[in-house]
Design a protein around this ligand. Structure first.
Ligand SMILES: [Zn+2]
Length: 194
């Protein structure tokens, strides 16, 4: 798959719940490979951004599968770890607010509140149940991807927060967006608004 296979708002599939994977099959493994290729193709087209993770719904497959970059700090490491049916067991240590972007939300970054620490349950690619604890940026990324499996996008967390919307300028710097002008009545972000 290529970056063109990544769907973006206002595609309504991004607001749908994905279904559980009952058995991890060769098709699941192929899906993970396809997602990895799409994420890397997207990254290769962007000078200032990294593909930190991707959920299957973003390539228009409504299955609870996500991939997460194995090393966020080193772009030359192009490996991802797949989590199947990932679920947050518990959010801990309060929340913090930080910038997030999404491959499916064009040109908009948001300041999104997330749990500082999460405990997560999932299946690995062999179908074994795994449990993990995450904190910091990894915890944030996992919460973002699990949101996708539940039909939630970053903007849905901050819909009425006038100061939470940003965009990247040509130098890769975040700049605030004018909420009333760019966000409030944006039919790409909120296609169901009257
Ligand atoms: Zn996303």
């Amino acid at each position: 798959m290529k970056k063109e296979d990544i769907i973006t708002l206002p595609n309504p599939h991004l607001r749908q719940k994905s279904t559980k994977v009952h058995v991890v099959t060769d098709e699941t493994i192929q899906l993970i490979k396809d997602m990895t290729n799409a994420a890397l193709d997207w990254e290769d087209s962007r000078p200032h951004e990294i593909s930190a993770a991707l959920a299957a719904v973003q390539v228009d497959r409504l299955e609870r599968v996500v991939i997460i970059r194995s090393d966020f700090d080193n772009k030359s490491n192009r490996e991802f770890t797949a989590l199947i049916n990932p679920e947050i067991i518990k959010g801990e240590s309060g929340k913090n607010t930080d910038f997030e972007g999404c491959l499916s939300v064009k040109s908009v970054y948001g300041k999104i509140p997330r749990w500082n620490k999460v405990r997560v349950k999932a299946l690995d690619t062999e179908g074994n149940e795994i449990r993990l604890k995450a904190e910091g940026f990894l915890a944030r990324v996992i919460q973002h991807e699990i949101d996708h499996t539940n039909g939630l996008c970053i903007v849905d967390h901050i819909k009425n927060d006038k100061k939470a919307f940003f965009t990247l300028d040509e130098n890769g710097e975040l700049q605030p967006l004018d909420y009333d002008k760019n966000i409030k009545n944006n039919s790409e972000l909120w296609p169901d608004n009257d």
